[in-house]
Design a protein around this ligand. Structure first.
Ligand code: PMP
Length: 286
């Protein structure tokens, strides 16, 4: 059982791994995080995740009190200390403890937390049968208010949409942006296949730039599949040939319906299956 949690350079037993109730990460969701997979004892796409967490931190004017190289090494060391072969690592960087009030100058000592654990995955049969999606009435955060490109500790926007999914009996929900266009799901990016072309909303749609999204786009191009970033509406999904989601936890997972309407022939499509296979192979070859 994984039991060692890293906080600011030290490993603590799970039950002793604690931060202050005055931490602005808790009080205001003031901080950033990352979720990373471990396959065969190796931290998958570590550089990409490290880069994103530094970008998220910069966007909220949070200085991570160590270099990217040091954070990468700490991540790998924590995975090793917990003897994780296949699992998940969560990096959390909080603003640190301070007095009550929003002023970041009242805080000191950001907390760098690394939790290496096992992962709970989507049920295996969904990779064969495909997911059903509903459209959430909660729209994705307006990028001018809180950019979805920041992977911040403020996940309420996504949580509210996830509640809608749960209420509707599905495990993911489609989120539209403030313009009514398709953005992403609560914890996954979305792709469609139309006439052999792979399409996904652009960053400007107000999405998290998923590491898995970028990897799948690269794998597709290498396999000779045309890839385009394109604004899309729900209509494009209804009339798509195929649809799937990508995410660190989800990998590549087929979607077979949206709001009760079958996508394509209502079964996972060949391009989706091919990309899932290519993605799984890429996790084995790191
Ligand atoms: N969108 C959102 C809102 C997310 O939280 C995530 C990560 N769980 C993703 C997309 C997928 O990103 P990644 O492939 O980097 O995990």
């Amino acid at each position: 059982m994984p039991n060692q949690v890293y906080i600011n350079g030290q490993l603590f037993a799970k039950e002793d791994a604690k931060v202050s109730v005055y931490d602005h990460g808790l009080l205001y969701g003031d901080g950033v995080f990352e979720g990373i997979r471990v396959y065969g004892g190796k931290v998958f796409l570590l550089e990409e995740h490290i880069e994103r967490v530094y970008e998220s931190a910069k966007a909220i004017r949070l200085e991570i009190p160590m270099s990217p190289e040091e954070l990468s090494k700490a991540t790998e060391d924590t995975v090793r200390a917990n003897d994780i072969r296949d699992g998940y690592v969560r990096l959390v960087i909080t603003r640190g403890a301070g007095s009550l009030g929003l002023d970041i100058r009242r805080t000191s000592n950001p907390q760098v937390i690394i939790i290496a654990d096992t992962i709970s995955l989507y049920p295996k049969e969904l990779y064969e049968d495909g997911l059903q999606l509903v459209t959430a009435s909660t729209i994705r955060n307006h990028p001018g208010a809180l950019s979805p490109r920041i992977k911040s500790l403020n996940y309420l926007n996504n949580i509210l949409a996830k509640i809608e999914a749960t209420d509707a009996g599905t495990i993911e929900a489609l989120m539209l942006n403030h313009k009514g266009e398709v953005a992403e799901c609560t914890g996954d990016n979305i792709f469609i296949v139309k006439r052999g072309i792979l399409l996904t909303p652009p960053k400007s749609a107000g999405i998290l730039e998923g590491v898995t999204r970028n990897t799948v786009m690269e794998l597709a191009r290498k396999a000779g599949i045309a890839v385009e970033e394109a604004e899309m509406t729900r209509h494009d999904i209804f009339v798509a040939d195929e649809c799937f989601l990508t995410g660190t936890a989800a990998e590549v997972i087929p979607v077979v319906s949206l709001d009760g309407r079958a996508i394509g022939n209502g079964e996972p499509g060949p391009t989706t299956r091919k990309l899932l296979k290519l993605f799984r192979e890429s996790t084995e070859s790191v």
